[in-house]
Design a protein around this ligand. Structure first.
Ligand SMILES: Cc1cc2nc3c(=O)[nH]c(=O)nc-3n(C[C@H](O)[C@H](O)[C@H](O)COP(=O)(O)OP(=O)(O)OC[C@H]3O[C@@H](n4cnc5c(N)ncnc54)[C@H](O)[C@@H]3O)c2cc1C
Length: 408
């Protein structure tokens, strides 16, 4: 008979771990506190599940686990992930390197994983919240409410982090890991919107525009991203904001000053090209009002806000705007600074940065503290950028932990 393995948490990582452990001949039991498996998967990629990305590298990951990416992906990379899902019957759609199920439904990803667990006779317990894992060398005792206590040869903790706790991952895994002697790197919400101090956000809420964003911490530029910026009534959101959010969240946690510079005309070219652009525009539109001057330059609501911030009346003739006002407006277009006061909470975050310190796990994701205890997915201190990277980590780490726990 195969080794008895308990997988705690039936998210993307836990289900993958269960499948690979069972394929390697183990007898696998999965514990899931929700009444069904894979709840979070259904909301990924706006219901379409961006499950991976062709442009993959360790540089797309942060946290102590980033150092493990190359070793873990050597065993189960993007190509192997595509094969895995194709073998399960899922056709794949490649949108400029971003990978989705061709059905357009995140539910497909969940369904094929569920079917495979069933085919492999994985014993899935739902409404089964694990409250304690104890080491009874050489085995483990797992306690799960009404399901009582069971013993296993190996345990895989795949409880997720704290992001989107409504889907089941509310930090309980960290408590279990701590009980087993592990350290937790402080957690913050990541891939999340930023809340800002300025009082003008209500005027531009709902606007979406292309922009380049640069994050400054204590006045030093830390990282930048370009993409579709979404203005909300409390601050900024959208993918380029998400990409900067984990650095902002840790800086705010450390009580450092955090600002974002927004370039609303990122494609204007070098300084000489920019100068020519402005000179031509002021010259061509000198007979028009300031309102007309900003029309077509940027989104209308943003244009009117910029005029206000530059101290220019909408009805003022462009020709009458003094050089100082012109330079101010031009600068605001390229460098509108907003002050970040906070992030949205874990409830609205896509991932949780921080988690089980990866210095305490091996390249097969086995604990260095408790032999035969493994980790997979977001419970570890690793978080990827937006674009399929977090799910790829769930698949790759799940496969690694599942195989290793089964002794494959
Ligand atoms: C809205 C949203 C959209 C996203 N979109 C994408 C995307 O398009 N692409 C991408 O790559 N990533 C995306 N992500 C991130 C990605 O979904 C996660 O990184 C990934 O699902 C984490 O998988 P996991 O298995 O580690 O954890 P989870 O999916 O959080 O699963 C953990 C499971 O463990 C269970 N559990 C916890 N504690 C216990 C316990 N004590 N006993 C029993 N069960 C327990 C939970 O109920 C849960 O089902 C998105 C996240 C969100 C919230």
């Amino acid at each position: 008979m195969g080794r008895r393995i308990a997988v705690i948490g039936a998210g993307a990582a836990g289900m993958t771990a269960a499948i690979w452990a069972a394929r390697a001949g183990a007898q696998v039991t999965v514990y899931e506190r929700n009444d069904r498996v894979g709840k979070k998967l259904l909301s990924t990629g706006n219901g379409r599940c961006n499950f991976s990305n062709e442009r993959m590298s360790a540089a797309c990951y942060r946290g102590s686990g980033a150092a493990l990416v190359d070793a873990v992906y050597a065993g189960f990379d993007v190509r192997r992930t595509k094969e895995f899902f194709e073998e399960l019957g899922m056709r794949i759609k490649d949108r400029d390197g971003y990978l989705y199920p061709a059905s357009g439904q995140a539910a497909t990803v969940l369904d094929v994983l569920r079917y495979e667990m069933k085919r492999l006779a994985v014993d899935v317990h739902t409404c089964a919240q694990v409250t304690a894992v104890q080491v009874k060398r050489p085995r483990f005792s797992v306690e799960a409410g009404e399901d009582g206590r069971e013993t296993y040869d190996a345990v895989i903790l795949a409880c997720g982090g704290r992001a989107a706790p409504g889907t089941g991952s509310d930090g309980q895994g960290f408590r279990l890991a701590k009980m087993l002697g592990h350290h937790i790197v402080p957690t913050v919400p990541a891939l999340v919107a930023l809340r800002c101090r300025e009082d003008f956000f209500r005027r531009v809420a709902g606007v979406r525009c292309e922009a380049k964003l640069t994050l400054y911490i204590d006045g030093r530029a830390v990282c930048a991203d370009t993409g579709e910026l979404q203005w909300t009534d409390y601050g900024i959101s959208g993918i380029p904001v998400f990409q900067l959010s984990r650095e902002a969240a840790y800086a705010l946690r450390d009580k450092r000053s955090v600002t974002v510079e927004i370039d609303l005309l990122p494609d204007l070219g070098d300084a000489a090209a920019e100068r020519r652009f402005w000179e031509q525009r002021w010259e061509r539109q000198e007979g028009q009002t300031a309102e007309q001057f900003v029309t077509g330059l940027v989104n209308k609501k943003l244009g009117l806000l910029l005029l206000k911030l530059a101290g220019i009346r909408e009805s003022e003739r462009a020709a009458d705007v003094p050089a100082s006002g012109r330079r101010k407006l031009e600068k605001l277009c390229r460098c509108l600074t907003v002050t970040v006061q906070g992030t949205n909470p874990f409830e609205q975050a896509q991932v949780c940065a921080g988690g089980v310190d990866c210095a305490e796990v091996t390249e097969t994701l086995e604990s260095r503290i408790v032999p035969q205890l493994y980790f997979a997915g977001e419970i570890l201190d690793i978080d990827g950028i937006c674009g399929g990277y977090n799910l790829q980590w769930a698949w790759s780490s799940g496969a690694a932990a599942g195989r290793a726990a089964a002794g494959a």
